[in-house]
Design a protein around this ligand. Structure first.
Ligand code: NDP
Length: 477
């Protein structure tokens, strides 16, 4: 007999959302000169949460000037040990306000509270703590005896991990002595604006962090600004290409963290129940809105039936619904546009002849939702095996030999991550060595740590974030 879960909603009263927000420039919230604004909505209910300012070119220019001034007069000359104190302070405030930030993230993004609370927020704080520790040790980071900051960093981030991507970008930049202008994604600006208030709370000198909200045009203006020394971008490969074109031929440094189509490879000697958990975590974590998601499952042919049986049973237990419910496994799709993209690619999967399966699952009437979905009978030529769906959709392929697994895993324009499931350590090492992916997980998936570098090959971009390596992008050496 199956027992129903009672609702276990997290209270949203801890979060105070204003009806409108300005831009955070030079330590204060200001109205945009252009006067433009955009609405941000709760993707689980379609309720409008707030009007958020849209920065035009002149606003971006103000933000870059503020960042330059702060770099020249305060942050650049400051001793690393003093910069570290600010970063430690920010990290502690994030911990203190973590429940509020987690609820806000789930409301604006649609991700389940158990993920924003137990994954995003602890990692955000850990990132600031980690890079705070480097701020006074840069001469020991392996980039020469006296590495210097670059200056002003222009940073553009996506909507899938709004606050975590902010932390990945801002923490190493500040630790290395740069100042920043950051543009959050238009559908998820609220936690970046809450972070602006944390900068105020931490008495961070004005201009060290500036947040310019807006859409793609705001991002493009920031990237093109002549006084930006370094551009850091996470998002789609198409926009990454456009940014690389803008930056080409200038003195700006560039790092790109782009898309992925990771292979999660399960060998016949793998612990099947653990592999099933890893597969589920690999593709259904964060609604599959994960650049390193294990979206291509490669299963050794001899175990495919048993594995799919168990996987389907496990998928039938996933709870889709209210992101603020502590029992929810899969929340809302971040936007109507993203839902449309997931629907279109899934329809293409059926048209091209793959078999589609989802467990019985009741979706809420309002908001943007997509049931966890599995495609079998997928060939390497199918669009669902090649293109990033960025949703809770898994494509299953099979292989017979390790060599075939490697061949298929690498048969993608991307190269961000991969997973290997086997009980043999020697096989893990042999296969990992042959995979063209920046991160390879063994008998686990989607594990992140601030000490560990993350980044891609091929169309997944270049540069590394996290760890000692993550400092390199922000230092002249
Ligand atoms: P984008 O790459 O468009 O968005 C990422 C960020 O770049 C956002 O802040 C966006 O602004 C900004 N941006 C958009 N156009 C420009 C530009 N010309 N110059 C500078 N910045 C720009 O991703 P989407 O949100 O459109 O998602 C589309 C697809 O991209 C997804 O379906 C998914 O496949 C992939 N994606 C991959 C991510 C990853 O981590 N690898 C993350 C997000 C998406 P704004 O959102 O405000 O328009």
């Amino acid at each position: 007999m199956a027992f129903e879960y009672a609702p276990a909603p997290e209270s949203r009263s801890i979060v105070d959302i204003a009806s409108s927000y300005g831009l955070f420039i030079n330590g204060t919230f200001t109205d945009p000169r252009s006067g433009g604004s955009r609405k941000t909505v709760n993707p689980a209910t379609e309720e409008v949460l707030a009007e958020v300012a849209e920065a035009g070119e002149s606003d971006v220019d103000d933000a870059v000037r503020a960042a330059r001034q702060a770099y020249d007069t305060v942050w650049g000359p400051m001793r690393g040990a003093d910069r570290a104190k600010y970063l430690f302070r920010i990290a502690r405030i994030i911990q203190e306000r973590s429940r509020e930030l987690a609820v806000l993230e789930s409301i604006d993004n649609g991700k389940p509270i158990k993920e924003s609370r137990d994954v995003d927020l602890p990692l955000v704080a850990a990132h600031f703590f980690y890079y705070a520790g480097w701020a006074d040790k840069l001469s020991h980071a392996g980039f020469g005896s006296d590495p210097k900051p670059l200056g002003v960093a222009g940073q553009v981030i996506p909507w899938n991990f709004p606050l975590l991507m902010l932390a990945w970008k801002i923490a190493p930049a500040l630790a290395a002595g740069n100042t920043v202008v950051l543009k959050p994604a238009e559908t998820t600006p609220l936690t970046a604006l809450a972070f602006a208030s944390i900068c105020q709370q931490a008495d961070l000198p004005p201009g060290v962090v500036n947040i310019v909200t807006g859409g793609g045009a705001t991002g493009a203006a920031l990237v093109a600004h002549p006084d930006v020394d370094k551009v850091a971008f996470t998002g789609s490969t198409d926009v990454g290409r456009a940014i690389a074109r803008t930056v080409a031929g200038t003195r700006k440094r560039l790092t790109l963290e782009l898309g992925g189509k990771a292979a999660n490879i399960v060998f016949d000697d793998a612990p099947v129940d653990q592999a099933v958990e890893g597969i589920v975590n690999g593709i259904f974590f964060n609604q599959g809105h994960v650049c390193c998601a294990g979206s291509r499952l490669l299963v050794q042919e001899s175990i495919v039936d048993e594995l799919l049986d168990r996987l389907k049973r496990r998928m039938a237990t996933l709870r889709v619904g209210d992101p603020l419910d502590k029992n929810t496994d899969i929340g809302a799709i971040n936007s109507a546009a993203q839902l449309e993209k997931i629907r279109a690619l899934s329809a293409a999967g059926e048209q091209e002849g793959a078999q589609r399966w989802s467990p019985p699952c009741e979706l809420p009437a309002r908001g943007f939702w997509f049931a966890p979905t599995l495609f079998t009978g997928v060939s390497q030529a199918h669009r669902i095996a090649r293109e990033e769906i960025f949703g809770p959709v898994l494509s299953v392929l099979t292989f017979r030999t390790p060599a075939e697994a490697v061949e298929k895993a690498n048969n993608t324009p991307y190269g961000l991550s991969a997973g290997i499931w086997t009980e043999k350590g020697s096989r893990i090492l042999a296969i990992a060595d042959k995979l063209r992916a920046g991160v390879v997980w063994a008998n686990t998936f989607n594990k992140f740590d601030p000490t560990s570098p993350f980044g891609g090959y091929k169309e997944s971009g270049y540069g590394r974030e996290g760890g000692r390596h993550g400092l390199e992008a922000y230092l002249a050496h």
